[in-house]
Design a protein around this ligand. Structure first.
Ligand code: ADP
Ligand code: MG
Length: 870
């Protein structure tokens, strides 16, 4: 019977251990893939599929890539959502007895990519670990390319845990998730995660949830140095998710994790919360339609000079602050730079010269850095003393403090400066890295190489003389070494002692014993020099590796400075002003603008609008107005101004006083979500249900045409009941743009509800948008005029006008009708809420509760039941 060849057996055994990965199997100068892997890779990489004898009757499908370009192919596969296991020859094939030993030395996954062109330099690439069960959830995540690691947790029933997970994932948008079975069992959550985030998901089993073990693992990993570890001992969910993350990192990175030094524990509610829908509705990172950065808020805000700054700006936007002092601290810095153009220029010019220190040091730490990376690091930290000088000069306490905290890294610079030349090659194994004067022996070796060159020149001159051949030349190539080249025409004059080496078309090549001696000296010195340079380079790398924490700390401070600078530049360029902040829940904006719309309609003038909201008389704004009037823009601009204020940015308005909000919710009616397998209306109601559950008096709610997804009366009734519930119970500041003109009646029925309309004027058949928001309401929708603007055929427009006239005459629209229907319709909403309630009771696992849990659960249920009845 046919059996596999030993090498193929080795392949199959290795593959067995890495079933979920494509195995890159090193054979000489190539990485080869076999069988199914080969088929997949040849398809994805568009490389030829061949085959190889494997000992069996049928040949094994095979494809391969040269080792020196493998990185590009690996990254491409990982980008397509594959894992790649890289299997190397771990002994010198020349010395191996029999089969060369091979081992998998790293696994590249979407969430662990270290470098490569596919990482966006201004975004983090997170790998997240989630642990979920019926009492809570833990979430830990790491950016392997920068070394930062975070953990958080939530205790509560599963529905709320799911919300927590989604909100946090929406913030960090991981490219890969490691999770337990508990999460996989929650089909609904998994579907949403796949739909909105689409990470590569690894499900691990639930066997090892031993918190004690994980505690030890974590302490060991961080050498007990990190203060967060003590706090973590109380946080079981965090601990489990973190333990699983560390294990996964060890499994895939084979201990190349020394650059991960710092762990940060945080509570999500210490920041302003926004769910994933809100983030996309406000178009913070990308536009809703084209998913592009251009046209999104970040496109306006990001004037950062460094990659670290770019990433931090995104973090600030993802986690707006709640603390007035902290916000004002940032605002002070932004204001100072904005008002000091001289310092602004100076700082910008310095930051421009700073490379991505965070990613550079991760590469250095993991040993896959080049001489160029080290030089980039040196050039970056060269700028720090100068920068500190500028910061000190500002005399602003925040900057003075920042420069005090900023390590000037002079010792590291000295090491790099003494040792590294300016233009090292890409490869670390060709020499050309180490500077003259750093190492005496290296200098000697180089000198003898140089001397060898002199000898050669002399030899050439002497041989020309001796032989009388004017065209005699000493040359070199890698295969042949040094030779004496003689043209065919002069061959008769070749001296006796020449030994033939090679015959070419027009010349013969020779050597002499003397030439051979010089060659040995030159090449020997060269080999030794290259080897020595490599060793010295490793030495320097190890020295730098010990200083990673200092480098990381400094790059964090550089990032802060860069973000502040960017906000100042943006404030200048877009005429933003400093907001004031209050804790009274008042949002008072004079001449506010939508920064992105303003920037995109350049040729027209953006019409600024005022807004005043509080938690008493001006709580809920019902906004009516024709299509295209600017309702959505107005509401979003308020949310964006609040968001900007809370990250410490200036805002697009003449004046703004912002009551700090704990959450922003935005819901857009009729947004199509069929891909999630739920009807649009169901999705809309899901979102509304979340608002009713989670909004507080300190929240800002934006409802844009909610209720559109069902029949008019249904939709209106739900909208009506929602406004009632918000103004009576939640008391959150709310902007509600609606096409249900009937809702404007609520102004007289409910305290805190005010009507607004965005003005437009009819001129004959045409419409002019004035875009000013004023008190009052309108029931004109100008739909037909908008249709005309959009270029619908004249006769259709004419006919529509006729139909409209008939309808309006025959059908006096009865404003009170929905009010009469109100009670019945409100019951519908009650039913929704009851259903949620019943589900919760039904899902309680009585056997799994401690007496204390049981009491708490009961208490919560009673609370909610009372609320439901109210
Ligand atoms: P609505 O929600 O009322 O249908 P939008 O808010 O979507 O209207 O606005 C439609 C378009 O009108 C926007 O894309 C923008 O180009 C323009 N627009 C909105 N508000 C303003 C404004 N204040 N000034 C100038 N143009 C505006
Ligand atoms: Mg709109």
């Amino acid at each position: 019977m046919a059996t596999l060849t030993p090498m193929m057996q080795q392949y199959v055994d290795t593959k067995e251990k890495y079933k979920d990965a494509l195995l890159f199997f090193r054979l000489g100068d190539f990485y080869e893939m076999f069988f199914e892997d080969a088929k997949t890779a040849s398809r994805e990489l568009e490389i030829a599929l061949t085959s190889r004898d494997c000992g069996l009757d049928e040949k094994a499908p095979m494809c391969g890539v040269p080792h020196h370009v493998a990185e590009t192919y690996i990254t491409r596969l990982v980008d397509r959502g594959y894992k790649v296991a890289v299997c190397e020859q771990v002994e010198d094939p020349a010395l191996a007895k029999g089969l060369v030993k091979r081992e998998v030395v790293r696994i590249v996954t979407p969430g662990t990519i270290m470098d490569g062109s596919l990482l966006d330099e201004k975004s983090n690439n997170f790998l997240a670990s989630i642990f979920l069960d019926e009492y809570g959830a833990g979430l830990s995540y790491v950016d392997n390319s920068t070394g930062e690691m975070y953990t958080t947790e939530f205790i509560g029933e599963e529905e709320n845990s799911s919300r927590f997970i989604l909100d946090e994932l929406g913030k960090i948008m991981p490219s890969e998730v490691v999770c337990n079975e508990g999460l996989i069992r929650n089909k609904k959550l998994v579907t949403v995660i796949m739909d909105k985030i689409n990470p590569y998901i690894n499900a691990l089993d639930d066997l090892s949830n031993d918190v004690e073990n994980y505690n030890e693992l974590i302490s060991g990993f961080f050498n007990d140095k990190n203060i967060e570890i003590e706090r973590l001992k109380e946080k079981i969910y965090s601990t489990i998710s973190l333990g699983k993350l560390l294990n996964y990192l060890k499994d895939t990175q084979f201990n190349a994790v020394d650059h991960i030094k710092e762990l940060q524990y945080y509570e999500p509610e210490h920041y302003m919360l926004m769910d994933i829908n809100t983030r996309s509705n406000l178009e913070i990172h990308e536009t809703m339609r084209s998913k592009e950065k251009r046209g999104a808020l970040i496109g306006i805000l990001d004037k950062t000079q460094t990659a670290m700054g770019g990433r931090l700006l995104r973090k600030w936007l993802e986690q707006p602050l709640l603390d007035k002092k902290q916000i004002e601290n940032r605002l002070d810095m932004v204001e100072f730079i904005k008002n000091n153009p001289f310092h602004l220029e100076e700082i910008r010019d310095i930051l421009k010269n700073i490379y991505d220190i965070e990613r550079l040091i991760s590469k250095i730490s993991n040993g896959n850095c080049s001489g160029r990376d080290m030089v980039a690091l040196r050039q970056s930290i060269e700028n720090i003393p100068g920068l500190k000088g500028v910061l000190l000069e500002t005399n602003l306490s925040q900057f003075v403090k920042l420069q005090e905290d900023m390590d000037d890294l002079i010792d590291i610079h000295t090491i790099l400066n003494d040792s590294l030349g300016d233009n090292p090659p890409l490869s670390v194994k060709e020499g050309g890295i180490i500077k003259e004067g750093y190492n005496e022996y290296l200098d000697d070796l180089r000198a003898s190489k140089l001397k060898g060159k002199e000898w050669l020149a002399r030899l050439e001159a002497e041989e020309r003389n001796r032989s009388g051949i004017k065209t005699l030349k000493v040359g070199f190539n890698r295969v042949m070494g040094y030779y004496i080249d003689i043209r065919k025409s002069s061959i008769d004059s070749v001296p006796e002692n020449y030994i033939r080496k090679q015959t070419l078309a027009n010349s013969e090549r020779y050597y002499t014993t003397e030439l051979k001696e010089i060659e040995d000296k030159i090449l020997g010195a060269d080999d030794k020099a290259i080897q020595l340079e490599y060793e010295l380079f490793q030495e320097i790398r190890e020295i730098i590796k010990k200083e990673i924490e200092r480098l990381q700390r400094t790059s964090k401070l550089l990032a802060v400075l860069d973000v502040v600078l960017s906000l100042a530049i943006v404030a200048n360029a877009n005429n933003f002003t400093r907001p004031s902040l209050n804790r009274k829940g008042i949002i008072d904006i004079e001449e506010g603008r939508h920064p992105v719309v303003e920037a995109t309609i350049k040729h027209q003038l953006f019409v600024p609008n005022d807004a005043y909201m509080d938690t008493r008389d001006d709580m809920v704004h019902i906004i009516t107005g024709p299509n295209m009037a600017g309702k959505s823009t107005f509401m979003r601009q308020i949310a964006i101004i609040v968001l900007l204020a809370q990250i410490g940015s200036f805002v697009p308005s003449k004046r703004a006083d912002i009551g700090i909000v704990d959450r922003i919710f935005t819901r857009i009616g009729a947004s199509d979500n069929l891909s999630q397998g739920e009807s649009t209306f169901m999705v809309e109601m899901n979102e509304v249900s979340n608002i009713l559950r989670f909004a507080t008096p300190r929240s800002l709610i934006i409802l844009d045409e909610v209720g559109r997804g069902t029949s008019t009366y249904d939709g209106l009734s739900i909208a009506w009941a929602v406004v009632e519930y918000i103004s009576d119970k939640i008391k959150a500041k709310t902007l509600f743009a609606t096409h249900y003109h009937e809702l404007t009646q609520l102004q007289t029925k409910l305290k805190g509800v005010k009507n607004f309309t965005i003005t437009a004027e009819e001129q004959g058949d045409d419409i002019i948008f004035l875009r000013k928001i004023v008190k009052g309401s309108t029931n004109q929708s100008f739909g037909i005029q908008v249709a005309k603007l959009a270029g619908i055929r004249k006769e259709v427009i004419q006919r529509a006008n006729e139909v409209l006239a008939t309808i309006e005459n025959s059908h006096d629209i009865n404003m009170d009708e929905p009010v009469q229907k109100k009670n019945q319709k409100q019951m519908n909403l009650m039913d929704y809420r009851k259903d949620f309630y019943i589900d919760r009771v039904r899902n309680i696992d009585i056997n799994g509760l401690t007496p204390m849990d049981a009491l708490n659960t009961l208490n919560n249920l009673v609370d909610d039941a009372r609320k439901l009845k109210e």
